[in-house]
Design a protein around this ligand. Structure first.
Ligand code: NAI
Ligand code: MG
Length: 360
């Protein structure tokens, strides 16, 4: 029996509600496999913890998390805590502290999920974004001079290192080979306007591409790629983007795949020197908290991404297939999908479909 230790940070709001369903599906998967076991330790960190203690996570939080195989996070955010505090005090601390240099975002329209584009089908929307996750525009380098005076100045500097940029680009090319779908990597740039950082980005992209002759490449300005995601999503396979650009285009991607209820992500330490962290893209949704209305599908898909990274077991795909079964059946859906089922009922239904798939 192989055991995997998972650090669980449910966070705030619906984070805790969807987390229960993610764990439920993980346990069902382990039971069905028979030879693996997940053990969990819960950490109460987040905004409510901040309101009690003045800290989003413990000072030695990273030391505590380091011994785990993976970190599973729900969502953080609370109406009375400024978002830059919740983001910097927990999420960015873990992403940067554990060098989780890739944020991986599958943009895949599942059969039965609502797509806002007319005439687009699941086979048209199936790509993945590799977003740089520890530096770039979100490096946190800068400052404010002369605060609150008429001459006040704000400076926010982008930082791009050769080491990290090469690493995430290689990851994108390797992923295109592994997917073996269109064998194509598209780079989102803006080197016409950003004449240092993005010219550098393009140069390294071309250098790395030289080592992958079997992979087609293209470089597209980020404004244009936003338009093309809508007009011809079927054209994309793997997209590599900087932190800011990736952040924006993946929310556009979330809309293509049916909304936040389906947007899953992994923050990967690709060398496996530290644990990676997996989290749904949605926030704590204070408007629906406590009512059992949250769609747990993004969380469950996120848990599946954790399995991909930890186990590399192709059978984990059955979890996404089980979500699809529930969608196609259309009987057990949450309110965002025009159903009336609760978060728990959707989690249970996905577990049942997963069992049925294993017992086929
Ligand atoms: P949000 O993602 O929490 O909610 C946006 C809208 O989508 C709301 O109407 C919500 O009800 C709905 N929604 C989100 N997830 C859903 C789900 N699983 N099922 C059904 N409906 C869902 O974003 P919002 O409202 O901008 O932010 C709320 C708080 O969450 C803020 O404090 C924000 O900082 C935080 N946040 C945290 C994130 C994270 O932990 N990674 C990401 C985004 C926001
Ligand atoms: Mg975002």
């Amino acid at each position: 029996m192989k055991e995997y230790k998972i650090a669980v940070i449910p966070g705030d709001g619906i984070g805790t509600e969807v987390m229960d369903e993610g764990i439920k599906v993980l346990n069902t998967f382990a039971e069905l496999k028979g030879d693996i076991k997940f053990t969990y330790e819960h950490f109460p960190w987040g905004c409510e913890y901040y309101l009690k203690t003045g800290k989003m996570m413990d000072d030695d939080g990273l030391d505590k998390l380091e011994k785990f195989d993976s970190i599973l996070l729900g969502a953080v955010g609370y109406p009375t805590v400024p978002d830059h505090i919740s983001l910097h005090g927990l999420l960015l601390k873990i992403r940067q502290g554990f060098n989780q240099c890739v944020n991986l975002r599958p943009i895949k329209l599942l059969p039965g999920a609502p797509c806002p584009l007319k005439d687009k089908k699941p086979e048209d929307i199936d790509f993945i974004v590799v977003r740089e996750n520890v530096e770039g525009e979100y490096s946190g380098v800068g400052g404010i001079r002369f605060p609150d005076r008429p001459e006040e100045i704000a400076i926010q500097t982008s930082v791009f290192t050769r080491k990290n940029t090469e690493k995430i680009m290689k990851y994108a090319f390797d992923l295109a080979q592994k997917r073996n779908k269109m064998n194509k990597v598209s780079s989102a740039t803006k080197s016409n306007a950003l004449n240092y950082s993005m010219v550098f980005w393009d140069k390294l992209f071309n250098e790395i591409a030289d080592n992958y002759k079997d992979i087609d490449t293209e470089t597209i300005h980020v404004d244009a790629i936003s338009m093309f995601f809508i007009q011809k999503p079927q054209y994309y396979d793997v997209v590599v983007a900087s932190n800011l650009f990736g952040d924006i285009i993946t929310d556009l991607g979330a809309a293509l795949q049916g909304g936040l209820g389906f947007a899953a992500s992994g923050n990967l330490n690709i060398d496996k020197e530290f644990p990676s962290m997996f989290e749904p893209v949605h926030g704590s949704a204070p408007d629906i908290v406590g009512k059992g209305l949250a769609n747990p599908m993004a969380m469950i898909w996120t848990a599946k991404m954790m399995l991909d990274h930890m186990l590399e077991d192709p059978q984990a795909e059955e979890i996404v297939n089980a979500i699809t079964d529930v969608l196609v059946e259309g009987k057990t859906l949450t309110g965002d999908l025009k159903g009336s089922a609760s978060t728990q009922e959707v989690g249970d239904a996905i577990c049942e479909k997963l069992k049925a798939r294993f017992n086929k």
